[in-house]
Design a protein around this ligand. Structure first.
Ligand SMILES: Cc1ncc(COP(=O)(O)O)c(C=O)c1O
Length: 379
């Protein structure tokens, strides 16, 4: 009998599956655990979108892989309203949420140019950038960040630039909330010929400055990546898009069409309704801002040093502990919250934790009460 043991790729444990022992500590609190680990939206999407899901008449036939013209027009219109940039719908294509796009694009780009074998991405970042590199059998090469969270493009070795299939940027950043210099990233794509993929899925939640996109600086050799998951609380619908350089979008669109990557028709229809509405995003911005400032106060009241992020809906901080798992356990024990340890986002961020503002205010008030009790107990 031949052995079933694989000698090739073994998927690493899924990060959040490693939190079970910490979750037990949080769950022990009266009132239960307040889960602030996964950045999954908890607020309701707008009624119009949910109703549109049953009104599309698009269940029967195969949907288009690039996205219906109705959908792509709504994406174009949103880009126009949000960033004041005109991108033709032919340079926009849909993806089934952006995670699959992040995970699969290095492989498709490598197939296109087999002489390149390196994916560059922020040293502290969403883990799928590194995993996508691995799936493509590329070198996953983290790029160091400055104090204020910008990619240190000047520190990338020239030989690595030559080997790069692509560079990922993420602004506002998950997990740090920092905002990158998208003009400089555009320049880099232009000067080096390395395609820059700018993951902008938190752009609506930019606090320190207006939402920005790499597309504001041009489309040559750059692709912006967007998602409805965070913008419109529609992570369950799985709709995102990529837009920019027409050659890159055409190439990826065609490969993805061959591979059968399609957003289901009813989702396409409902997604266009979501992209056409901005009022709900304004309300959601306020919800996240309120939660962020509430929880900054809770943590600072306990003696942690936490500041509000420049963008996104995560708090990112460390304590004197060297391991974020220990800090996560401490927070689970004292506050009954579950948070993500920094090592999920790269080796450079091991002491940190990320706290997602994905519980409603009544749950956060419960956390504040637990914090008050702890302060009273400590003095
Ligand atoms: C930086 C970043 N990019 C992409 C994604 C994927 O989002 P989705 O697949 O829901 O579009 C996430 C989700 O948390 C994220 O944080």
């Amino acid at each position: 009998m031949t052995s079933k043991v694989s000698t090739g790729f073994t998927p690493p444990p899924y990060p959040y599956d490693r939190l079970d022992s910490v979750a037990v500590l949080a769950e022990a609190h009266p009132g239960g655990m307040v889960d602030l680990s996964v950045g999954t939206p908890v607020d309701p999407p707008i009624r119009e979108v949910v109703e549109a899901l049953s009104a599309s008449n698009m269940e029967r036939g195969y949907p288009t892989s690039l996205g219906s013209s109705m959908l792509r027009n709504s994406m174009r219109d949103w880009i126009g309203r949000r960033f004041d940039v005109e991108i033709p719908p032919t340079s926009i294509a849909s993806c089934i949420g952006t995670k699959e796009f992040v995970a699969s694009t290095p492989w498709y780009l490598r197939l296109r140019n087999p002489t390149k074998d390196t994916v560059l991405y922020p040293a502290v970042s969403y883990p799928t950038y590194a995993l996508g590199a691995e799936l493509a059998k590329c070198r996953a090469l983290p790029v160091p960040l400055s104090e204020d969270g910008r990619l240190r493009l000047d520190l990338i070795d020239k030989r690595d630039v030559e080997r790069a299939v692509m560079l990922w940027s993420n602004s506002p950043s998950n997990p740090t909330g920092e905002i990158d210099d998208l003009a400089a990233l555009y320049e880099f794509a232009h000067e080096t010929g390395v395609p820059v993929f700018s993951d902008e899925c938190y752009t609506e939640f930019s606090w320190s400055e207006l939402p920005n996109s790499i597309l504001k600086y041009g489309t040559d050799n750059v692709v912006a990546v967007h998602s409805l998951s965070k913008r419109s609380n529609l992570a369950g619908m799985r709709v995102g898009f990529y837009a920019g350089d027409s050659e890159l979008v055409d190439y990826l669109g065609l490969v993805r069409k061959h591979a059968g990557m399609m957003v289901p028709g009813p989702m396409q229809y409902a997604a266009s309704v979501a992209f056409n509405d901005d009022a709900h995003v304004e309300l959601q911005r306020k919800v996240y801002l309120d939660r962020l400032s509430f929880m900054v106060d809770v943590f600072n009241g306990l003696g942690y040093r936490v500041s509000a992020p420049k963008g996104g809906f995560y708090l990112w901080f460390r304590s004197e502990l060297e391991d974020g798992f220990d800090l996560a356990a401490e927070l689970a024990r004292t506050l009954g919250i579950l948070v993500s340890p920094g090592e999920f986002y790269g080796n450079d961020s091991r002491p940190f934790v990320r706290v997602a503002m994905v519980a409603d205010m009544s749950r956060l008030e419960l956390v504040a009460k637990r914090a008050e009790k702890k302060v009273r107990f400590d003095v």
